[in-house]
Structure formats: structure tokens, C-alpha cells
Ligand binder design. Structure first.
Ligand SMILES: Nc1ncnc2c1ncn2[C@@H]1O[C@H](COP(=O)(O)OP(=O)(O)OP(=O)(O)O)[C@@H](O)[C@H]1O
Length: 288
């Protein structure tokens, strides 16, 4: 079983929002980035995976096991990192560890001490006196201390300075060297994913736009820039979305070869950033 997470045609409706036939998988041995604009359903998807809420229909498996039927067993194998503080504020870090450790059969005090040291975290400080970065690091240290095979993180790097963010990304890159582990990581900071993700899952308006290897996406999505005069009706059909200004156009295409054949050296083409893909996809919807 190579998949840590498998969703197949998962649906979940709230009043005014729905996840619609969501299918994707998260592979062992890789970091999968989970992106999408605000309100696209990322947290809802993560809550479904964590069995905090239930899907209306569809199947959701963790390590090949049904997430409802084997809920207890799979929770032992997952390390969950939240953006916000979910610890008891009045406890010290040490006391908090003593509360959490017994929940996990594979808890390892040695590993926890290693990460406390690595992240330079204070054992005796109360949780309420920790900075945002310290709370995130503590949350990650806890997640890594019970030999979790799957690390799930909901916007872990939001609100962190570049130095702490880099520390967290470095640890994730180190953790994923173990090819039995998987990391699934939602974020708005797409530059973090440009650096460390192997796979990208893009959710938009409750639907999966793509879930693929980052290098495949990079080969497929291109930003094209050129003069407005080049745009005629045929050329326009090759773009997902175009932005035209008095100085020229910029557009997103998934047909880079065709664009090159038809427009030759009159245009500049570069592999799209994840942010470009998100922004252009959202813009397209605004204009239809
Ligand atoms: N319990 C709920 N009841 C009703 N609507 C909900 C509930 N939970 C989430 N929603 C709605 O579902 C939609 C998706 O929310 P969700 O938090 O999953 O998005 P997100 O992609 O994580 O957004 P963000 O990037 O802003 O965190 C939103 O419109 C939200 O208001």
C-alpha cells in the first residue's frame, strides 16, 4: 500500500458550500502540498481525513483502512499540526507533554527531547507564554514524537517569520527521507511548496483542479507574455485566462507547445508559479 491517504468521490455539503466528488491520494515517501484560495474547502477536507466531521458520501481511507471503522488505529499513526494553539494554556510544556504522551502507544520521550532541543523550546515555560512560532514547533515536536507515519498540517507556517518557517521546512525535508512517512500540508505560502513539495493538490470551490507531481504541473502550466496585437480569436482559445494591459498581455496556458508553434519567438514563456496557477484559475471564474 503506497497511499497514506485516499479519497474517492467524497462529498460534504454545508449550507452554501459543498465539497464535490473530491478524489485524490497522498503518497508515502513524499510531501504533498494542499493549496486553494480562502474558503475552497481545505480545512473541511482535513477535518474529514481526521474524522472530526463525516462525509455525506464517498470513501476515505488512511493506510488503506476505512477512516471511520479504523478511526482509533489510524489516529495513532497520524501526527496532526494545527496553526492555532490547541494546548492547555496554563500548563508548562513539560506538563503538556505528560498529558499528551499516554494517548500514544508509540510515544518516544527520547525523540521528544531531541526536538525540544533542536527547536530550542523551554520545558518549564507555560504554554500561554510561548510565541506563535514556539507553539507551532511544539505542535510539530509532539506530532513527530509518536513515530507517526503521516504528518498532516493545516497552515502550519502562517504567521511565522522566515527563519522559523525555514526551520520547519528543513525538519519536514529531513523527516521525509524516511520513505515510509508521508506529509500532507495545507498552506497559502506557495513559495514554501515550490521549495519542498513533491506533489500538489489544488482545491478550488470544493473541487479538485489537479493533484499531481509538482514537476509534471510545472511542465504543463506556462505563463506567456507578449504584445496585445498577437491576440486573435484562435490564439485566445489556448489560454485558461488572459490579463491584458496597455503594455501587453500575460496569460496562463496548459498548451505550451502549441503556443510556441503558433506564436514563435514573439512571446516570452516561463513555467508558471503555483501562485500564478491559483490566481489565474480564480480569475477565470470571476469572468465567466
Ligand atoms: N461547520 C460548518 N458549517 C457551515 N459551513 C461551514 C462549516 N465549516 C466550514 N464551512 C464553510 O465551508 C467553506 C470552506 O471552508 P474551509 O475552512 O474548509 O476552507 P479553507 O479552504 O480551509 O479556507 P481558508 O484558506 O480560508 O482557511 C467556507 O465557505 C466555510 O464557511
Amino acid at each position: 500500500m503506497k497511499d497514506a491517504i485516499t479519497l474517492h468521490n467524497v462529498n460534504k455539503a454545508f449550507n452554501g458550500f459543498a465539497l464535490n466528488n473530491v478524489s485524490f491520494s497522498v503518497k508515502k515517501g513524499f510531501i504533498t502540498g494542499f493549496i486553494g484560495p480562502n474558503g475552497s474547502g481545505k480545512t473541511t477536507t482535513i477535518k474529514l481525513i481526521m474524522n472530526i466531521i463525516r462525509q455525506d458520501s464517498g470513501t476515505l481511507r488512511l493506510f488503506g483502512l476505512d477512516n471511520e471503522e479504523y478511526s482509533k488505529e489510524v489516529k495513532q499513526r497520524i501526527g496532526f499540526v494545527y496553526a492555532e494553539n490547541h494546548f492547555y494554556e496554563h500548563l508548562t510544556v513539560e506538563k503538556m507533554k505528560q498529558v499528551i504522551a499516554p494517548f500514544y502507544t508509540q510515544w518516544d520521550d527520547g525523540v521528544f527531547a531531541y526536538y525540544m532541543d533542536y527547536f530550542n523550546l523551554p520545558w518549564r515555560k507555560k504554554i500561554k507564554h510561548l510565541s506563535t512560532g514556539m507553539v507551532t514547533k511544539l505542535s510539530l515536536a509532539m506530532a513527530l514524537s509518536h513515530h507517526a507515519e503521516l504528518i498532516i498540517m493545516d497552515e502550519p507556517t502562517s504567521g511565522l517569520d522566515p527563519i522559523v518557517r525555514r526551520e520547519i521546512l528543513d525538519i519536514l525535508s529531513e523527516v521525509i527521507q524516511d520513505e515510509n512517512k508521508a506529509i500532507f500540508f495545507s498552506t497559502h505560502i506557495t513559495t514554501d511548496l515550490e521549495q519542498i513539495a513533491d506533489y500538489i493538490t489544488f482545491l478550488y470551490n470544493g473541487e479538485i483542479i489537479f493533484s499531481d507531481r509538482k514537476d509534471m504541473i510545472k511542465e504543463q502550466y506556462y505563463i506567456v507574455k507578449g504584445a496585445n496585437e498577437l491576440l486573435d480569436a484562435d490564439i485566445r482559445t489556448m489560454f485558461i485566462q488572459l490579463r491584458e494591459t496597455s503594455t501587453g498581455f500575460e496569460g496562463l496556458t496548459v498548451e505550451p507547445k502549441k503556443v510556441r508553434t503558433m506564436m514563435g519567438d514573439y512571446v516570452v514563456m516561463e513555467s508558471a508559479l503555483l501562485e500564478d496557477i491559483m490566481v489565474y484559475t480564480a480569475r477565470k471564474d470571476q469572468y465567466v
